[in-house]
Design a protein around this ligand. Structure first.
Ligand code: ATM
Length: 253
């Protein structure tokens, strides 16, 4: 089954994605992992923060224990690194892209060890706004660091932890950048041109095509409510797909 774009309206093809393999022992996390890791990715202006918060409320309304976090951030160290990584530099000198990748991965390792793995081990669902795919898209496809090099750093940061589901909030670069408030412009919009952001978007789409069972692509130009309900449908399917496995785990053999 294949990942596909979820436009506004019914979306049978995407809702039939192959999430039946996403059990607790699916190999994406460690055998001890019991909760689910859901990441929200995409270019700028797609509404990741809003939709991550909506998704948290969706799980809470269903009684599913949920932890909401973000990258870079989510820990004391990660939030400090965010303060260093996002603002425009005083000198205007660009960061070296591998330095960026190291720092994003340092924040990631702290988040995985301090927050994400303990929450998953507790059976909580973790919703994370941005994760490893952002490094591949921004520092890899955008800034030109070889993807194999970045995969090596990712392996150190995550010890192999992969999301069970990734929601890609996709939209044209021009629309995304136009949605940003003037006071909310980070180094990434100030330092890089539109072509950089086009490569980032193309990178996310290539990653989604490469792992169709993990990704769901959502049309982020739709209104907030429509996007939220498309995401809710995708995550409900993920959780429903895992129920028979949970029953099996409770049944003595
Ligand atoms: P937001 O979380 O507000 O989207 O900002 C995070 C920025 O950090 C975002 N910039 N823009 N535009 C993307 C960038 N970023 C990376 O370049 N690599 C990463 O690994 C991560 C997690 C974020």
């Amino acid at each position: 089954m294949r990942a596909g774009r979820m436009p506004a309206g019914p979306r049978g093809a995407v809702l039939a994605r192959g999430s039946a393999t996403l059990g607790p022992m699916s190999g994406r996390g460690t055998p001890a992992q019991r909760g689910r890791l859901i990441t929200i990715e995409g270019p700028e202006g797609g509404g990741k923060t809003t939709q991550a918060e909506r998704l948290r409320r969706h799980f809470e309304s269903r009684g599913v224990p949920v932890t909401l976090t973000r990258e870079p951030g989510g820990t004391w160290l990660g939030e400090r690194l965010r303060e260093v990584l996002l603002p425009r530099t005083e000198t205007g000198a660009p960061h070296d892209a591998v330095t960026d990748a190291l720092l994003f991965n340092a924040a990631r390792r702290q988040l995985v060890t301090e927050v994400i793995r303990p929450a998953l081990a507790d059976g909580r669902t973790v919703v994370c706004a941005r994760f490893s795919d952002s490094t591949i898209a921004y520092q890899g496809y955008g800034a030109g660091v070889p993807v194999e090099r970045l995969r090596g750093l990712e392996a150190v940061a995550t010890d192999g932890l992969r999301p069970d589901l990734t929601i890609l909030l996709d939209l044209p670069v021009e629309s995304g950048l136009a949605r940003k408030a003037p006071g909310d412009v980070s180094r990434f919009e100030a330092e890089f041109d539109v072509e950089f952001h086009r490569r980032v978007r193309a990178g996310f789409l290539a990653l989604a095509r490469g792992e169709p069972d993990r990704f769901v692509i959502v049309d982020a130009e739709a209104d907030v409510e429509t996007v939220a309900s498309m995401i809710a449908s995708s995550v409900d399917l993920l959780h429903r797909a895992s129920e028979p496995e949970r029953l099996l785990l409770r049944t003595p053999s």
